[in-house]
Design a binder for this molecule. Structure first.
Ligand code: ATP
Length: 296
């Protein structure tokens, strides 16, 4: 538990004599949390790792499907390599594929993770697309979270007409990377698609294909497979729109000052130009926002 002393730290941070800067930097972050929001595919994972490597932070996943073990490709989990050595919490933490991990469960587990990150003198960054998890943690939990932590909300936004073709191509890439075989391992003709990890986009859509593929000739099999892939693309675009709608609703509430980072340019460009656009429109401004937040 966080001590009263930590909660009552002064807002103007001048390192007292005799305290080394590193220890001071750790202390000043103790009651602050950064929250990275955004629709699926907008670059939340990348931004959180960028920030974590710069600000001595650890990441708490808030994507309700990525909390489960398995379906790494299908749920687009950040890889070990992409994590760049930054510790990630609540990523693949739930082993039972049928268990429901409610907003209450998330809030409890995230609170423990955040407290331990803070205790290690690091900055917690919560990142993920499940806005109901974030809302529950920050606002619904008897307001205890707000009393303990000051929040800095970053919202990575990409114009939907630009994001949709990107997430559709991402589905094709997932298929190339082995999504069909990954989901096949999870296929159970008697399992429910309204529970646990099987709710993930990519699982229900393949049901017909896995159920009947042996009955089809080659041409029909290819057609049914393609229909499932198209449905996944469609459902991913719909998810992005729904998530954006929730972000717009949250930003109109008291206490939800979201810093919007428009990443659209990044998605319009390729290669080095995209990298430059990321730095200019997302990485640099968000680092400045977090720096200011930690100094305040
Ligand atoms: P809701 O209240 O609609 O569940 P939410 O904010 O709690 O919304 P979202 O992240 O928007 O959570 O997830 C909604 C649904 O989108 C999930 O139940 C799942 O079907 C799908 N989904 C979310 N994240 C992923 C993912 N990483 N991979 C596949 N499907 C996902």
């Amino acid at each position: 538990m966080m001590s009263i002393c930590k909660q009552l730290q002064p807002t103007v941070h001048i390192p007292p004599c005799g305290l080394n800067l590193e220890a001071f930097n750790s202390r000043r972050q103790t009651n602050k949390v950064v929250i990275v929001m955004g629709a699926t595919g907008t670059g939340k994972s990348r931004l959180s790792v960028d920030l974590a490597t710069r600000f001595h932070a650890e990441i708490v996943n808030s994507d309700k499907m990525q909390v489960y073990e398995g379906l790494e490709i299908t749920t687009n989990k950040i890889t070990k390599e992409e994590q760049c050595g930054v510790p990630h919490h609540l990523l693949g933490a739930v082993q039972n594929p049928n268990a429901d991990f409610s907003a209450d469960d998330f809030s409890d587990a995230a609170s423990i993770a955040i407290e331990s990150i803070v205790d290690h003198g690091r900055l917690p960054i919560i990142a993920g697309g499940s806005n109901s998890y974030i809302e529950h943690l920050v606002d619904v939990l008897d307001y205890s979270f707000r009393a303990k932590y000051e929040c800095c909300f970053l919202w990575v936004d990409v114009s939907m007409p630009v994001l949709h073709p990107y997430v559709s191509k991402r589905v094709d890439e997932m298929v190339r990377n082995g999504m069909v075989e990954e989901v096949r391992k999870m296929f159970d003709p008697n399992a429910s698609y309204s529970k646990g990890i099987r709710r993930a986009i990519g699982v229900p859509e393949f049901d017909r294909y896995f159920r009947d593929e042996k009955l089809y000739d080659e041409k029909t099999r290819a057609r049914v497979l393609q229909e499932a892939i198209n449905e996944i693309k469609d459902n991913t675009c719909k998810l992005a729109c729904r998530q954006l709608g929730k972000i717009h609703r949250l930003r109109n509430r008291d206490g939800w000052t979201l810093h919007r980072l428009d990443a659209t340019e990044v998605y319009r460009r390729r290669g080095n130009e995209a990298e430059q656009a990321w730095k200019r429109h997302v990485a640099a401004p968000s680092a400045a926002i977090v720096d200011e937040f930690l100094r305040s």
